[in-house]
Design a protein around this ligand. Structure first.
Ligand SMILES: [Zn+2]
Length: 344
């Protein structure tokens, strides 16, 4: 099926919230990793989201070019074509974009969508993230409101972040933040709703933070407080109405306990970003190939090696398969297996 259109994407998110599951949103940096996600989603009979970070997209454009908008467009165009061959829906999203890179990432991507729409073509992306979490909340929302208006005009969903996710990720604020900032307060969430709900009919996603950290941690080392999300949702519904209930995004979930992930879903998380776990699954298969075939991939002592083993396809195919398996696990962790909206 082609990439989800706006109506389908909205339906996906509504259904996840109703049925208490979430869509994994996988970071990809290449055709191989994008294909791994499509394979894993389709084998799970689940819809899902493919996203690109600024660094991942710059990488995809080639090391001589390093143009993040170009790299994101290239991968998105591939996904539009390849997704036609799968019996699931996939949405395309861009990950963390801080205020200082809006003009070189999200804005040119919105312009690309505007250009396509003017020519009667479908949108290239379904949603974009603006990460203003490093700014004071007022400045964050002062940028987010007009951006949401522009997104809404183009059938794009905007993801924003309030509060700071700890840890390591390109473009994401990180280590050294005051501990309290790891938790979004109910007051922050009310303020987000107050400002963003002025954009009539617009859809947005909120990455609220509840102790999550980017990067990989040993299970048990991440101290999540999903009740933060419940407190915020309750406060927002009380201050406004049930319509204000957020569509939440879970960043930095690697190393979280399954019960905590599922508790977060129960409080309205509909999208969970997955990067570290699939990175590892991809590389693990390559490590296995290289260590088992050392003499074949390295020309030891003037030997010739084994072309079948150093052809990049041999280990990249293994990496694709290994990543696809991890994709399936993420889908099942998020209670998504078998939930596709696609009807053949
Ligand atoms: Zn993140």
């Amino acid at each position: 099926m082609p990439v989800a259109d706006y109506k389908t994407y909205c339906k996906m998110l509504d259904r996840a919230q109703e049925r208490k599951f979430a869509y994994p949103s996988f970071n990809v940096t290449s055709l191989v990793t994008a294909n791994a996600v499509l394979k894993g989603l389709s084998e799970s009979k689940s819809d899902g989201i493919i996203q690109m970070s600024t660094g991942g997209a710059a990488f995809a454009s080639g090391s001589s070019v390093k143009d993040k908008a170009l790299g994101a467009i290239s991968i998105a165009e591939h996904v539009h074509r390849a997704a036609e061959r799968y019996n699931i829906y996939v949405a395309l999203h861009t990950d963390h974009c801080q205020a200082d890179v809006l003009d070189s990432y999200v804005i040119p991507l919105i312009e690309e969508t505007e250009k396509r729409r003017a020519a009667g073509m479908p949108n290239l992306f379904n949603s974009h993230m603006f990460d203003g979490s490093a700014l004071p909340l007022k400045e964050n929302l002062d940028i987010a409101v007009p951006l949401l208006e522009r997104c809404h005009k183009n059938d794009l969903i905007l993801e924003i972040e309030a509060g700071v996710v700890g840890g390591e990720e390109e473009g994401a604020a990180g280590a050294g933040e005051a501990h309290e900032k790891l938790y979004t307060t109910p007051e922050d969430m009310i303020e987000v709703a107050r400002r963003l709900n002025t954009v009539n009919g617009a859809r947005y996603l909120l990455a609220a933070t509840f102790g999550n950290v980017h990067g990989v941690y040993k299970p048990g080392n991440v101290k999540l407080k999903p009740s933060i999300l419940k407190d915020g949702q309750d406060a927002v519904v009380k201050a406004f109405d049930r319509e204000a209930f957020f569509y939440l995004v879970f960043h930095g979930g690697s190393g979280s306990a399954l019960e905590e992930i599922r508790e977060a879903i129960d409080y309205g998380v509909v999208k969970m970003n997955v990067d570290t776990d699939t990175q590892y699954a991809f590389t693990r298969a390559i490590a296995d190939h290289m260590l088992k075939n050392y003499d074949a991939v390295i020309k030891v002592d003037g030997e010739v090696g084994n072309k079948k083993k150093y052809d990049p396809r041999s280990y990249l195919a293994a990496a694709e398969a290994s990543m696809a398996e991890r994709v399936k696990l993420a889908v099942s962790d998020l209670r998504g297996t078998g939930t596709t909206l696609f009807e053949a």
